[in-house]
Design a protein around this ligand. Structure first.
Ligand code: SF4
Ligand code: SF4
Length: 714
């Protein structure tokens, strides 16, 4: 924490210093000879949150074992390298500990053995921050933590199993209530737990955890069991984060905070009545999902090559394939019946808001805020052309961290890039899905709005819920503590709630002087110049078509998030981050008068320190590409450093824009070719914010290009 740059702890070692503990090989024979245990009886709880969790576990069940790819992937013969990959993946998915052991015969329950499965990957997922006694969510969680946390454990195990299957090996996931193996025994053998009597205990998290296991025929280097230690392992080194782990000090800071506030001090950020960028509510057109470039590419508006890549671009790495199964499985379950009776204690908006935020943090949200949903934030039509009528009053907006350590190891547009996005979208869908199911069971309407199926436009809701400010990246808004390193999920609901106010942390001034994302974008899609008005919003308008084309066609990686990777706000600002970053972050949020001087200096210093360069020690994944369901060695890898010497010139940059008047109609399923030449010309038609403000004050109508060519009533 006293360094100048991010620590270099390899991702595959995790967030606790497990590797520093003593090991004892003798325990292998003790555990292997231990009498076979009967399958544990499992009685699900009837409580609402447990039933919501069970619903999601059941969604994941069919994905416990997937058909292996028809051809084995070119994985290394080096078993320790395989373990780095598998452990890195498990930590990327937010397990607390992971270990690997050989599969002893008597760890299988009778008749359950899967032939050939010689190894077990054991994952330990710790419980979240338990809410205070007077927080309603404490009642929801009481007695059901194990069941709730098992959703995450099951998800991680199912993804790992899917990943190994995509490598061409056999793998089967096991978790509480659906296991063919004695998970407690495997936890000891894999070096994650010791026995206190017969009960497993972990030296760092005690008994507050659940286990999940993946058995497989994929051979990896194995771990040695932990020596049973009678003293505390949390010494002075642990407290100060020796070896680059999450320090005891940082964990203490988090636990001292109120559970509904989350880990970042968002309550200290200046609040304002309106977002810091203009939004002319009545001028924002309600657009159809058909107009999103992602769908336009799928339907052929950007040419045939893009159609070919549409199922692949973000999923052409085997980790992403593991995630994809879960992501797709959840979609049909986004809607559900609302219970006829309203549960007691759910009419107090203030108590509900605290409880909903605490629950979101317990389940894995990084930052949560609440706002009302303005009409313009609803899409006019769904992908299938059917009309969307606004149906919920509130949005619970959650930001899901894309994972600091893996981002440190990545270039932003290499082979893990697509998996980074999909992991966060998937996690968001899971969190919002469990919460929505629970809220509906308590008699209030609720729906998760996910990246795969959302009826609401997400960026403006992150502004209104007080989580972000608009940034130069344009289609990403930034949070003061996560920067752009997150994906969004939204839970819309009619549960009575209290809304938050928008924030002002001076980002408009920062992005004015910092052009790093624009400089580092591989295809010049981010503007170097000033903000414009686009469809009723003040924004830096990127060339979304160019960005989409690159993300689809990137042939030395999967998708792209290089702007996220290289942004100076993509940092670890906790007590474990570099001291300079902590100071800079504090000044950035609290000393806004310093911003005009500090922003250019901070951007310059960020380059000087080499921030934004990939850190090879943190890279855990294998560079593989899936073609026709089979993994091949990647044809090339984008893994470059930042380029501070690159010359940029706003006057020479050409940006194509497609405002409302140029968009395809909602029901048009044939290609609606994007006319790039007109889109370049359209850039000159866009108003500057000051011009738009003056016009607005004169009560003159919005420019014709920001109006749709059809009625949203149809
Ligand atoms: Fe540029 Fe990649 Fe960011 Fe798109 S995602 S704007 S291509 S850096
Ligand atoms: Fe703003 Fe700089 Fe981040 Fe771009 S890189 S979003 S300009 S702070």
């Amino acid at each position: 924490m006293f360094t100048l740059t991010n620590n270099k702890r390899p991702t595959h070692l995790g967030l606790y210093p497990l590797e520093t503990l003593s090991r004892d090989e003798n325990i292998i024979s003790v555990e292997t000879e231990r009498a076979q245990q009967p399958s544990a009886a499992w009685k699900p709880s009837p409580k609402s949150l447990a039933r919501a969790a069970a619903r999601y576990k059941n969604i994941f069940s069919p994905l416990r074992q997937r058909e292996p790819a028809r051809q084995k992937a070119p994985v290394p013969d080096d078993l320790p390298r395989r373990s780095i990959d598998i452990k890195g993946c498990a930590y990327f998915l937010d397990t607390s500990h992971v270990g690997i052991c050989s599969m002893p015969e008597n760890a299988w329950y009778d008749g359950m053995k899967v032939s050939g499965h010689s190894h077990a990957i054991v994952m330990l997922v710790e419980f979240g921050r338990y809410p205070e006694d007077d927080n309603l969510s404490a009642q929801w969680l009481e007695g059901v933590e194990q069941e709730v946390v098992t959703v995450r454990a099951a998800e991680i195990a199912a993804i790992t199993s899917g990943y190994i299957a995509q490598l061409g090996y056999s793998a089967r996931a096991h978790w509480l209530g659906e296991t063919d193996v004695d998970m407690d025994r495997l936890g000891v053998l894999a070096g994650l737990t010791t026995r206190d009597g017969v009960t497993p205990i972990n030296p760092f998290v005690g008994r507050r955890f659940v286990l999940a296991v993946v058995t497989t025929d994929y051979a990896m280097a194995i771990d040695t069991p932990l020596k049973h230690i009678h003293r505390s392992v949390k010494g002075i080194g642990y407290f100060f984060g020796k070896k680059g782990v999450v320090s005891g000090l940082e964990r203490w800071r988090r636990n001292r905070r109120r559970s509904d506030l989350g880990i970042f001090p968002m309550e200290t950020v200046k609040r304002v009545e309106k977002p810091t960028t203009l939004i002319f509510d009545e001028e924002v057109p309600r657009i159809p999902q058909r107009a999103l470039f992602y769908y336009r590419a799928e339907l052929g508006d950007l040419g045939d090559k893009m159609i070919k890549e549409r199922w692949r671009w973000s999923y052409k790495h085997p980790v992403a394939q593991g995630v994809l199964g879960i992501l797709r499985a959840m979609v049909p379950h986004q809607d559900g019946e609302v219970a006829a009776d309203i549960a007691p204690n759910t009419e107090d908006a203030e108590a509900n808001s605290k409880a909903i935020k605490s629950l979101s943090y317990y389940l894995g949200s990084s930052v949560t805020g609440i706002c009302k949903i303005p009409e313009y934030a609803w899409y006019s039509h769904r992908q299938d052309g059917s009309r969307t009528d606004p149906y919920n009053k509130y949005a619970v907006v959650m930001l899901i961290d894309q994972g600091q350590s893996t981002f440190d190891g990545a270039s932003g547009h290499d082979w893990i890039s697509g998996s980074q996005s999909m992991r966060s979208y998937m996690r968001g869908g899971e969190i919002a899905g469990v919460m929505a199911t629970h809220i509906r069971q308590m008699g209030h309407a609720a729906r998760p709005q996910t990246n795969v199926d959302s009826d609401v436009v997400q960026v403006p809701l992150t502004l209104l819920a007080g989580l972000t400010e608009q940034s130069r990246i344009g289609e990403s808004a930034l949070n003061p503590y996560l920067g752009p390193r997150f994906k969004t999920v939204i839970l819309t609901t009619d549960l009575p709630l209290v809304v938050d106010k928008p924030i002002d942390f001076g980002l408009q001034k920062f992005c004015d002087s910092c052009l790093k994302c624009a400089r580092e974008c591989p295809v010049n899609a981010i503007p170097y110049g000033e903000k414009v008005m686009f469809n009723g919003y003040e924004t830096w308008k990127p060339d979304s078509e160019r960005c989409t084309r690159y993300r689809f066609m990137n042939d030395k990686g999967s998708a792209c998030g290089r702007c996220i990777k290289t942004c100076p706000l993509n940092k670890n600002v906790t007590l474990d981050g570099p001291l300079l970053v902590q100071i800079g972050s504090w000044l950035g949020v609290h000393a806004m008068w310093l911003k005009p001087v500090m922003a250019p200096f901070a951007a310059w210093l960020d380059d000087k320190l080499g921030n934004g360069n990939p850190v090879p020690s943190k890279k855990w994944w294998l560079d593989l590409e899936i073609i026709d369901d089979v993994c091949y060695p990647a044809r090339g890898v984008n893994y470059e450093k930042i380029n501070p010497n690159r010359k940029i010139n706003a006057k020479l940059q050409k940006i194509a824009v497609y405002p409302a008047s140029t968009l395809p109609p909602p029901t048009e399923l044939n290609p609606f070719i994007a006319d790039r030449k007109s889109a370049y010309a359209m850039w000159n038609e866009l108003e500057k914010p000051a011009e738009a403000l003056a016009r607005h004050e004169r009560r003159e109508p919005a420019p014709a290009h920001s109006k749709l060519q059809w009625s949203t009533e149809g």
